[in-house]
Design a protein around this ligand. Structure first.
Ligand code: 5RP
Length: 227
């Protein structure tokens, strides 16, 4: 199914949350691409003063090409709101990110944002996380040993490759995808992964999103955190 209309509707709804003078974290992915275009249009039409903070080299390039002013995360006092996509979302508003290999920067930007909004199409909503492989960003040195450890722990790891060559993230690391199929204990898994030497970050985003805008064919639905 072509879900571009759902992505577009979610993206347009998110642009309405942006106010003049805001510093905005800009996520990565095809849904965010719609958001960047809609945001750039609003900036042009309403002459808004918006500063973007990137989550990937790809988004940095697209945002600059669209005329959005960008600053380094370390040069802004605080990020008012971050708008990002997600690969999977459950009913507790937890998610998996990293299909686009940008989740390390995405998580750093999210953790430094006052508000995190995800924009997703309706196919991203699942009862349980894990139907897509969980990405883990790892240091290349010793990654074979870490993959062996993941195998011993029955996490079904695969080193992500492109044309037979390991994918290198913007931060210079490898990605290992864990084909878990279903994650029943996300917090335990998070603790395990956080404790592994050589793991830089993982794509489990637990208790990160404040609002999730789910695009539908004719509008949006919203999940809003009560925390
Ligand atoms: C990149 C991500 C993206 O947000 C995620 O992959 C969703 O992408 P898309 O909007 O193209 O479905 O986490 O690291």
């Amino acid at each position: 199914m072509d879900n571009n209309l759902e992505k577009l509707n979610a993206a347009i709804a998110a642009t309405k949350l942006i106010q003049d003078g805001m510093i905005v974290g800009l996520g990565t992915g095809s849904t965010v691409a719609f958001f960047l275009e809609a945001l750039a249009e609003r900036i042009r039409q309403e002459k808004l003063h918006i500063i973007g903070v990137t989550t990937s080299s790809k988004t940095e390039l697209s945002a600059r090409q669209l005329g959005i002013d960008m600053m380094d995360i370390d040069d802004v006092p605080v990020i008012d709101i971050t708008v990002d996509g997600a690969d999977e979302v459950d009913h507790n508003m937890n998610g998996i990110k990293g299909g686009g290999a940008a989740f390390l920067m995405e998580k750093i930007v999210a953790k430094n944002s006052k508000r995190v909004v995800w924009i997703v199409d309706s196919q991203k909503i699942h009862d349980n996380l894990g139907s897509m492989p969980l990405p883990v960003e790892v240091v290349p040195f010793g990654s074979g040993k870490l993959i062996a450890e993941f195998k011993r722990s029955h996490l079904y790891p695969t080193l992500r490759k492109d044309n037979g060559v390991p994918v290198i993230t913007d931060m210079g690391h490898y990605i290992v995808d864990l084909a878990l199929k279903r994650i029943d204990q996300p917090y335990e898994l998070e603790k395990y992964l956080d404790g592994q030497i050589g793991v830089v970050e993982h794509g489990l985003f637990l208790d990160v999103a404040d609002e999730i805008i789910i695009g539908t064919i004719d509008g949006v639905r919203r999940l809003i955190s009560e925390a």
